[in-house]
Design a protein around this ligand. Structure first.
Ligand code: 5GP
Length: 194
């Protein structure tokens, strides 16, 4: 098991509805030493790529994105949920269905912070059905920039997001891929990765 898989087994809580809670180290309380390791690992995996921006979505992707961006020496841009923001000028917009809160969020990035020259690494904490990643990919497309790849801390491999994103031809690196998890027993099985 790698460092994320170990931490999930130790501290993750499987909830009904195919939700994994990682509030004690990633989504509410944050273990910054673990966050540093996550940043280093993504930087290592994408070390042969030229990356100019790390893009994520408000709110839970921001910490992960900052850790990766610090390693890469580039800025983070996070797509903002429209209710919380009034952006001037050109904006890139996507509709993203929320997995955990249900309902749809309109997410926005200012035209000032993504340009056609950008080579973008998209980062998020979880991948479930792929709506968040697809929304972020469409924002990068709207800017005329390029998606270098996607980095996910925890992919739920039994949901279809991973298949969708890889099938679209994007490089997707997930630090842990959960093959199955059981809310009654708490048992979590990971997909073997190199
Ligand atoms: P997707 O858009 O791929 O369906 O879902 C990904 C988004 O939903 C992530 O940004 C993440 O915040 C949230 N999410 C999806 N599944 C889970 C989960 O099992 N646990 C937690 N904590 N968040 C999740």
């Amino acid at each position: 098991m790698n460092f994320i898989e170990k931490r999930i087994v130790e501290d993750g809580i499987v909830k009904p509805g195919h939700v994994l809670k990682v509030d004690s180290f990633l989504n509410h309380q944050i273990d910054v030493a673990l966050l540093d390791e996550i940043g280093k690992e993504f930087a290592r995996r994408f070390e042969n790529e030229t990356i100019t921006k790390v893009l994520t979505i408000e709110a839970s992707g921001i910490a992960v994105a900052c850790s990766v961006a610090r390693e890469l020496g580039v800025p983070v841009v996070f797509a903002r949920k429209s209710g919380s923001v009034n952006l001037d000028g050109d904006t890139y917009v996507a509709e993203v269905e929320s997995y955990t809160h249900k309902g749809t969020n309109r997410v926005i990035v200012s035209g000032k912070y993504l340009c056609p020259e950008d080579r973008v690494l998209i980062v998020d904490d979880f991948l479930a059905n792929g709506c968040a990643l697809q929304g972020l990919i469409s924002i990068v497309d709207s800017a005329g920039a390029e998606v270098v790849g996607c980095g996910i801390v925890i992919e739920k491999g039994f949901q279809e997001g991973g298949y969708r994103i890889r099938n679209l031809g994007f490089r997707l690196e997930s630090l842990a891929i959960i093959e199955s998890m059981d809310a009654q027993t708490g048992r979590i099985v990971f997909r073997a990765q190199e």
